[in-house]
Design a protein around this ligand. Structure first.
Ligand code: MN
Length: 255
C-alpha cells in the first residue's frame, strides 16, 4: 500500500562506480541515504559499476562499501531492483544476496496509476551499432559467461581492461546516431510491452522524448570527479507522475 507523500519509485543508472572516482561514489551514497531510503522502490538500471568481473570479487573493499550502502536502503524497507547494464552484466545471485536486492530481466514492466512503464538499460536498443550488438550477443550467452567466469579473477580483470580500452577506441570512430538508441528499436519496445513510457540509461543523453504521446525518459550518467560534473535520477509517484532530478554538484542533493 502506498503512503501519501512517499515516493513510489526512484530510477538511476550509469553511475559507473569505481574506487578512483570517490566523489561520484559519495554522491551515490548520499542519494541512497537521503532519497532512496524514503522510497518504496529503488530501480538500479545498469552500469552502476564501471565493470564487474564476477561475484567472487565481492570482498574487494570498494565493492563492500557499495554493497553496504545499497544493503542499508534495502534493510530500511525499500525494495531494491537491479537490471544489468553492458558493464555489470556479470552481477549474479551472490551480489544480489549481499546487497539485498532482486535481479530483473529486461524489459521489465511496472505499473503506476494505471500507466505501464517499461524499464531497460538501453544498450539492446542501439541496434545500428552492429559490432556492439554482436559483442552483446556473445557476452550475454550463458555458455560464454560460464567459460569466462571459470577463468581466474585476475585474468578476467585483465580481459575486461582490454575490452574497455577497445571500446573507447571503437566509440571514437562511431557516429552520434550509431551510438544512440534506434527509433525502430524504441517503437518495437513500446509495441512489445504495450507501455506508454520507457525509462532507460546507457546513452548518457538525459532527455524526455515524446513520440506521438508515448514518452521516453533517458537517465543521465553520474560524474562528480571530473568536469562537466553531473548526475541525476527520475522519481515516480503512486499516481504515475514522473519527474527528473539533477544532482547539484556543489550543493549536494536537491530536487
Ligand atoms: Mn551502458
Amino acid at each position: 500500500m502506498s503512503m501519501p507523500g512517499r515516493t513510489f519509485a526512484l530510477f538511476v543508472s550509469d553511475l559507473h562506480l569505481q574506487a578512483s572516482h570517490p566523489r561520484t561514489a559519495d554522491a551515490f551514497f548520499a542519494f541512497l541515504a537521503g532519497r532512496a531510503i524514503h522510497a518504496e522502490r529503488l530501480y538500479l538500471l545498469g552500469d552502476i559499476f564501471e565493470y564487474w568481473a564476477g561475484d567472487d570479487d565481492l570482498a574487494e573493499p570498494f565493492h563492500q562499501q557499495v554493497i553496504a550502502a545499497i544493503r542499508a536502503v534495502s534493510d530500511a524497507g525499500t525494495a531494491v531492483y537491479w537490471l544489468a547494464g553492458n558493464r555489470d552484466f556479470l552481477v549474479g545471485p551472490g551480489f544480489a544476496e549481499a546487497a539485498g536486492l532482486s535481479l530483473l530481466e529486461e524489459p521489465h514492466v511496472i505499473t503506476a496509476g494505471g500507466k505501464r512503464i517499461a524499464l531497460v538499460h538501453g544498450d539492446a536498443q542501439c541496434t545500428a551499432d552492429l559490432k556492439y550488438m554482436a559483442f552483446r550477443a556473445q557476452v550475454r550467452d550463458r555458455e560464454w559467461q560460464q567459460h569466462f567466469l571459470g577463468m581466474p579473477l585476475a585474468q578476467r580483470k585483465a580481459v575486461i581492461a582490454g575490452l574497455r580500452e577497445g571500446s573507447r577506441e571503437a566509440q571514437a570512430g562511431k557516429s552520434y546516431e550509431i551510438m544512440d538508441v534506434a527509433p525502430e528499436a524504441v517503437k518495437a519496445l513500446f509495441d512489445a510491452t504495450q507501455a506508454s513510457v520507457i525509462i532507460h540509461g546507457h546513452t548518457h543523453r538525459p532527455a524526455l522524448h515524446d513520440t506521438g504521446g508515448r514518452l521516453r525518459y533517458v537517465l543521465p550518467d553520474w560524474e562528480l570527479d571530473t568536469e562537466p560534473r553531473r548526475g541525476g535520477w527520475i522519481a515516480l509517484d503512486a499516481e504515475g507522475t514522473l519527474s527528473r532530478h539533477a544532482v547539484q554538484p556543489f550543493r549536494g542533493l536537491t530536487g
